[in-house]
Design a protein around this ligand. Structure first.
Ligand SMILES: Cc1ncc(C[n+]2csc(CCOP(=O)(O)OP(=O)(O)O)c2C)c(N)n1
Length: 367
């Protein structure tokens, strides 16, 4: 059910008279939605679910190496957020980025190839799971350092503001990130300089195995923008329509008012922190609650109840998704490994002195 709460920011925001959701708002009514749109949200959520399941499987088969964090359980949050952005808006995320990369428009093929560390991957195979990056779709990364994306996203919003553009930056992070220095620095500057950015905290209630209550003096994270006069909203991250509406509202306000906003999406990751974490800190009750509120299954049931999804349509979507994921895995499997000689090609925009790390056949770039 949709459940939004709001914390006042204050600051210099100009009111647009835009639609503002409050805790009393009802869940978005399906009858006012286009059935094709709802089915497309469902398809996207299912695609991320199956893609991530396949990723986990490929990891255990040693097709994927390094760190690997899945969006399982967070599909409604991912799809709702991505639906709220325009194609020319920018996105920065943490390392839990596969679903966002697909949602922002990258092909599952090139995302999977990146996971496999192959040359057809979005980052030419050199980035891996945590570093999906693509200027074309304006997903400017995937970052492995907790909070590393915040100053960069704030800088991108400053660039937009400086050039007088009307794009918005969305900066996704986890709940644990709200306790790191970059959070305070970035929100402070974003508010002080009136930057068009929406900070999104995906609150899955655990930073690795540490709960929000144990790590945050203010566990209602949407209120934590108030120190910087940034208005915050909390939304049920397991409801794709509620996330879409809350995010679209804040994105459009950031755009028209040139102000930062904060969105907290309460969510739940269905697996451990990364694929190698057995999540033993989870109780059986918590796992059962998660299964009972699975965002994909809940939305499926809601569409069925509304008569929008029937068995035939469900089968059709499931098969199309299955084929797309299988195709992505085949593509990744058949993509060549990158040449070692290209290791430094994408690190700097221009050639830099390379004598100390030059491979035998490389040209020399002098100091
Ligand atoms: C600066 C820094 N400190 C510690 C780590 C190790 N680390 C990786 S993920 C993580 C937890 C972050 O949790 P949260 O922000 O809630 O994101 P989630 O994994 O839930 O998406 C930690 C401590 C790191 N990557 N970077």
């Amino acid at each position: 059910m949709a459940d939004t709460a709001k914390a006042k920011g204050g600051g210099t925001a100009r009111s647009t008279g835009g639609r503002r959701r409050t805790r009393k708002d009802a869940a978005p009514d399906l009858t006012s939605e286009r059935p094709e749109t709802l089915l497309d949200y469902y398809r996207q959520m299912l695609l991320i679910r199956r893609f991530e399941e396949r990723t986990g499987q490929a990891y255990t088969q040693a097709r994927i190496g390094g760190y690997c964090h899945l969006n399982l359980g967070e599909e409604a949050t991912v799809v709702g957020l991505m639906t709220a952005l325009r194609e020319d808006d920018y996105l920065f995320t943490n390392y839990r980025d596969h679903g966002y990369a697909i949602g922002k428009g990258m092909s599952p093929r090139t995302v999977m190839a990146e996971l496999y560390g192959r040359s057809d991957g979005v980052s030419k195979g050199w980035g891996g799971s945590m570093h999906m990056y693509d200027t074309e779709t304006r997903m400017l990364g995937g970052y492995g350092i907790v909070g590393g994306q915040l100053p960069l996203a704030t800088g991108a919003a400053l660039a937009i503001s400086y050039r007088g553009g009307d794009e918005v930056v969305m900066c996704q992070m986890g709940d644990g990130t709200t306790n790191i220095g970059a959070w305070h620095e970035s929100l402070n500057i974003a508010s002080l300089w009136n930057l068009p950015i929406v900070f999104v905290v995906v609150n899955n209630f655990t930073g690795m195995g540490t709960t929000v209550e144990k790590s945050s003096a203010e566990p209602e994270l949407y209120k934590r923008g108030s120190a910087f006069r940034i208005e915050g909203v909390r939304v049920d991250g397991r409801d794709v329509l509620a996330v879409r509406d809350a995010a679209a509202d804040l994105v459009e306000r950031a755009r028209s008012e040139q102000r930062p906003y904060l969105l907290e999406a309460t969510s739940y990751r269905m697996k451990g922190h990364s694929v190698v974490d057995p999540a033993k800190y989870r109780t059986e009750e918590q796992a059962a609650e998660a299964r009972a509120n699975d965002p994909v299954a809940s939305f499926e049931a809601r569409l069925e109840e509304a008569g929008i999804l029937d068995e035939e349509k469900k089968k059709e979507i499931a098969e199309a998704v299955r084929d797309e994921v299988a195709d992505a895995a085949d593509f990744a499997e058949n993509s060549p490994h990158p040449e070692v000689s290209t290791l430094f090609d994408y690190t700097y925009a221009t050639p830099v002195a390379n004598e100390s790390r030059r491979m035998p056949a490389d040209p020399v770039f002098a100091e």
